[in-house]
Write a protein that binds this ligand. Structure first.
Ligand code: ADP
Length: 167
């Protein structure tokens, strides 16, 4: 089962939270800005050493001042109409994050709705991809807690609809 909650991902006491970052990994708006503000300046220092990240891949850092021990930074695709590999790249984000979850012995991980803010990915379509990848992972890793975090009512309502469809 995937847990779904409404709220601010920076407050969660889980092993890892996922950041919807940009290719520079140096911080930005939206959830990325909130995570950098809450984690403090140690985060950008560590990120600088990583030298960026391509779209669809993921990198892990410590959580610094966050309640979460780790931050998994992934770069979602910018929505360009849907025929520019957006779906495949968004799936890749979730898969890349789950690889790091496995490699680092993480037992609970929370995801924001990657690409659906500034990057403009339609939320229902993104939600279907997110739930497909989360359910795939859960089917082989029953004991790892996976949380879908919805920042506002709109994301929450779309996710709830998608979850009902996939049940
Ligand atoms: P992207 O550039 O990948 O679209 P955004 O941060 O602009 O990233 O938006 C991604 C999603 O994160 C949006 O659905 C937005 O509502 C959500 N979001 C923004 N701030 C937070 C937060 N503090 N916790 C959880 N989700 C958030």
């Amino acid at each position: 089962m995937i847990n779904m909650i409404k709220g601010d991902i920076t407050t969660l006491k889980v092993d890892a939270i996922v950041n919807a970052a940009n290719n520079s990994l140096l911080g930005g708006d939206g959830v990325d800005g909130a995570i950098h503000r809450a984690a403090g300046p140690g985060l950008v220092e560590e990120c600088r050493k990583l030298g960026g990240c391509p779209t669809g891949e993921a990198r892990i850092t410590k959580g610094y001042r966050l309640p979460a021990e780790w931050i998994i930074h992934t770069i979602g695709p910018i929505w360009l109409g849907g025929s520019n590999e957006e779906d495949r790249l968004l799936s890749m984000c979730y898969k890349s994050c789950f690889e790091l979850v496995e490699q680092n012995g993480i037992t609970s991980v929370a995801f924001p709705s990657i690409s659906t803010g500034a990057y403009g990915f339609p939320i229902e379509r993104a939600g279907r991809i997110a739930f497909k990848e989360m359910c795939n992972f859960k089917s082989n890793h029953e004991s790892i807690e996976v949380i879908a975090v919805c920042f506002n009512d709109h994301v929450y309502d779309c996710y709830r609809k998608v979850m009902k469809e996939t049940r």
